[in-house]
Design a protein. Structure first.
Length: 323
């Protein structure tokens, strides 16, 4: 019986300091499962400014299992994930980071589980956030709770991008070629049977994280807006609430003036109400603007990424349409 092919997709951005250690670990894992599956290592260089691309080329020269795609500029991790999935040729596909925060040692267990046929995906979730800042950890937990309540998809708390998928699930993900991508939400939206494996949080072996607090907030907003229209409903509700409040206040002022004969200056009240309503309107316009902006960008039909150079085993229709 022919062994299946396992594509290991690794998005990279300025990972020169960790690529050597990652390559050593991933090749050990490939050797451990060589009786079960053949491996392909597909690295996606997201416009790195360090020596990442040079290292990938050196890997490809000495190891025929290594393929790579290098972007013309930094398009972001979501674009890197899409490019990797589009160009992967394996029967099964693993998505993981290069910083070894996604330990390769779990791949044999993931492969064994998915080959049983009971699951279409095996995903990893962190059961703790050891080594992560308390404020950042709290905001992450709040995001998962909020997203679960207001969106139509459920993202497991602690879910990572580290997962193995069947070709059927990968094709389903690629059938959603939207420009504004939120991969965790897409994985949940397409469905399929997923088994979750827990592991303790692992810190980077070298280098610094590319995710600042601001970029994480932006990523969270994108996740909410991509899969929920609840913020728009909240805007409508607040509008109705303000109208009701204004109507009740109008009645109170009429009664106060005509019945009680009290006439106040009202200067402070008027200024406060104007500032409050102006701020509320600007906030609601901002929420509406987030949706309009995404529709605007989707309507341009720009490519999700542009490849400057690449060495891949196969070019498929999904990759051609992306480039």
């Amino acid at each position: 019986m022919e062994k299946p092919c396992l594509s290991i997709v690794v998005p990279c951005y300025n990972e020169e300091s960790v690529l050597g250690a990652f390559y050593a670990e991933i090749t050990k894992t490939a050797e451990a499962i060589r009786e079960t599956a053949e491996c392909e290592f597909l690295f996606v260089d997201d416009g790195s400014s360090d020596g990442t691309l040079s290292m990938l080329k050196s890997f490809a020269e000495k190891d025929e299992r290594v393929s790579f795609i290098s972007f013309s500029r930094n398009f972001g991790k979501e674009s890197g994930i899409y490019a990797g999935l589009s160009n992967a040729v394996g029967d099964y596909v693993v998505l993981m980071d290069a910083d070894l925060q996604h330990p390769p040692c779990y791949i044999p267990e993931m492969l064994e589980t998915i080959r049983s046929g009971e699951y279409d995906s095996v995903a990893m979730r962190r059961e703790d956030r050891e080594g992560e800042g308390k404020i950042r950890s709290w905001f992450s937990k709040m995001f998962y709770k909020l997203n679960k309540k207001i969106s139509g998809v459920e993202i497991v708390d602690g879910a990572t991008d580290y997962r193995m998928m069947t070709r059927q699930m990968v094709n389903a993900v690629l059938d959603m070629p939207e420009y504004n991508r939120f991969t965790k939400g897409i994985f949940a939206w397409v469905g399929f049977r997923t088994k979750w494996l827990s592991y303790h949080n692992v810190e980077r072996v070298a280098g610094e994280t590319k995710w600042s607090f601001g970029s994480l907030v932006k990523y969270s907003i994108n996740g909410i807006v991509s899969f929920s229209t609840v913020p728009l409903a909240i805007s409508s509700f607040l509008g109705v609430l303000c109208c009701m409040f204004a109507f009740l206040m109008m009645i109170w002022l009429i009664v106060k003036t005509l019945v009680l004969g009290q006439i106040g200056s009202g200067y402070a009240t008027i200024v406060t109400l104007i500032l409050f309503m102006s701020g509320l309107q600007l906030m609601m316009f901002g929420v509406l603007g987030q949706y309009i902006a995404r529709s605007y960008l989707e309507g341009k039909h720009r490519p999700i990424y542009i490849a400057r150079e690449k060495k891949v085993k196969k070019t498929n229709k999904s990759e051609e349409s992306a480039v």
